[in-house]
Design a protein around this ligand. Structure first.
Ligand code: MN
Length: 242
């Protein structure tokens, strides 16, 4: 029998809430697999503990923009921003193992029934997994930027200069274009994503947006396709100012 998949929204170092969620779901390593939708680290209280726990649980998941920030900072390619909290990871004795593990995550993870990506999928990608296969996540390639950063785009996948305030037509949330595509397909795959705390939880047929802003004091959400339900736990506190 297949395992129960648990897709978890943006953790951003919220290890205690992850533990709360796993307890609520009675997580069992023998029968469950865990897939964080990216942004495992940064801004929250315990990125180091979150990474160690996810690695111990042999989690899958995908890369997010903050995960890439961490790796770039560790390599000395950028400096941490004012709201970032990565010191503990950068100073940890197991940092190289943790960063290598983190970078093993793909940008898109495809299943027969489902696609998982951090921010969103380009409306013109016929096969999103193939479109990103072999692309170096740290290369600055526009395909990578799209997958980990998009919120709004037009029908051809062009992004506005800013997402806030929300841009006017022809720009729209990326998933509206994708939803039109799903409507034409015989067996559309559900897309599970994160990255958009301001939009919050998105629960539509075929689209599950799981960033419900845990690190900002919202909730940590998970989608379980085998049980067709979304569950969440409250943040222990607002760990980062909005
Ligand atoms: Mn993000």
């Amino acid at each position: 029998m297949g395992k129960r998949r648990i897709f978890v929204g943006d953790l951003q170092g919220c290890r205690e809430e992850l533990e709360d969620l796993l307890e609520l779901l009675r997580y069992d390593a023998a029968s469950d697999e865990l897939h964080p939708v990216g942004d495992l680290v940064n801004r929250g209280p315990d990125s180091l503990g979150t990474l160690r726990l996810l690695r111990e649980l042999d989690a899958g998941g995908v890369l997010g923009n903050h995960d890439m920030h961490l790796v770039r900072t560790a390599r000395g390619e950028r400096r941490a921003g004012p709201r970032e909290r990565m010191e503990a990871v950068l100073e940890a004795e197991d940092r190289e193992e943790l960063l290598a593990w983190l970078l093993e995550r793909p940008l898109v993870r495809a299943f027969d029934d489902l696609l998982c990506v951090h921010a969103g999928l380009h409306p013109l990608w016929d096969d999103p997994e193939a479109a990103l296969r072999g692309v170096d996540p740290l290369s600055g390639d526009p395909r990578v930027e799209f997958a980990v950063l998009v919120r709004h785009c037009d029908a051809e996948g062009r992004r506005p200069e800013r997402d806030d305030p929300p841009p006017c037509a022809p720009f729209a949330p990326w998933w509206t274009h994708w939803e039109r595509r799903q409507a034409r397909e015989a067996a559309p795959r559900t897309v599970v994503f994160g990255h958009w705390a301001r939009q919050g939880l998105l629960d539509r047929p075929g689209l599950k947006g799981l960033d419900s802003g845990c690190v900002y004091g919202g909730r940590l959400s998970a989608y379980l396709p085998e049980e067709d339900r979304i569950v969440s736990v409250p943040a222990r506190r607002a760990w980062c100012p909005v």
